[in-house]
Design a protein around this ligand. Structure first.
Ligand SMILES: [Zn+2]
Length: 262
């Protein structure tokens, strides 16, 4: 069965123009999770979805996976209480060298000071049923790195997070959704069971367990468009999907590259 895997980043009011698409407002998030609960959908973690598919277990009808990238601290204040209130679980992908620090990799777009979850926050989330997954040590573009450095970013994040939460970390998310065959091989070698990519569609039963398709939930998405997104239909009014892709996800990279020119 096809499963929508939703991808969130920050849940907060405050964000500059460049980052705003990746900062869903708390009121929007609360409505979205209420919608999922009202529809009687079952939430699964990525680890659970991957394990069920690998072992041929049944995936409940109307399942949905809720994921967060980057480990922003606002997860604890704006997202976790909403998830807990609805009995929902989720997966949070954290950047292991920056636990308790700030989002330095976003400095080029003026958002380098967003606080990130610390160890106690990760353990609190874990205790509430949230899967803590790995998102590298420093949030680099893995497709640009020498193999040895990529391997260190991948393996190092896994072991560091395991030390912090005292539990095996079994899934990974590629920063910026970027990977190539060598990256996937490194993720497998590190012992992960699965990994999330960004592919703008619902995840089919035979999805690549190391490049799971995700759907980005952007700030300002209308409630009807969110309902459609759960069907894999990225139909934010007024914008073609391709334009949205270019605008939303890659613009951060383009901006970073443009601004980092000497
Ligand atoms: Zn990220």
């Amino acid at each position: 069965m096809r499963v929508p895997i939703l991808m969130y980043h920050s849940v907060s009011e405050a964000a500059n123009d460049a980052f705003a698409p990746f900062a869903v407002r708390p009121a929007e998030f609360a409505r979205q999770i209420a919608h999922i609960a009202d529809r009687g959908m079952t939430t699964l973690t990525v680890a659970d979805l991957v394990a069920r598919r690998a072992s041929g277990q049944v995936i409940p009808a109307r399942s949905v996976v809720i994921t967060f990238d980057d480990g922003f601290s606002d997860f604890m204040t704006e997202a976790l209480p909403v998830l807990v209130a609805h009995g929902a679980v989720a997966t949070q992908y954290v950047v292991s060298d920056l636990v308790g620090g700030t989002s330095g990799w976003l400095a080029d777009v003026g958002e380098g000071h967003r606080p990130l979850m610390d160890g106690p926050a990760m353990r609190e989330a874990d205790a509430a049923g949230i899967e803590i997954g790995a998102h590298t040590r420093t949030h680099p573009r893995l497709d640009d790195l020498a193999p040895q450095r990529a391997q260190d970013e991948i393996e190092g994040s896994k072991s560091r997070i395991e030390d912090l939460i005292g539990r095996a970390v079994t899934t990974f998310a590629y920063p910026y959704g970027l990977y190539h065959a060598g990256t996937v091989a490194a993720v497998r070698r590190a012992g992960f069971a699965g990994a999330c990519a960004v592919r703008y569609r619902t995840s089919p039963p035979d999805d690549d367990q190391f490049a799971l398709a995700r759907l980005i939930v952007r700030r300002g998405i209308r409630d009807d468009a969110f309902a459609a997104l759960l069907q894999g239909n990225d139909s934010t009014p007024g914008m073609a999907v391709d334009r949205l892709r270019a605008w939303g996800w890659r613009s951060l990279r383009a901006l970073r590259r443009g601004m980092s020119k000497p």
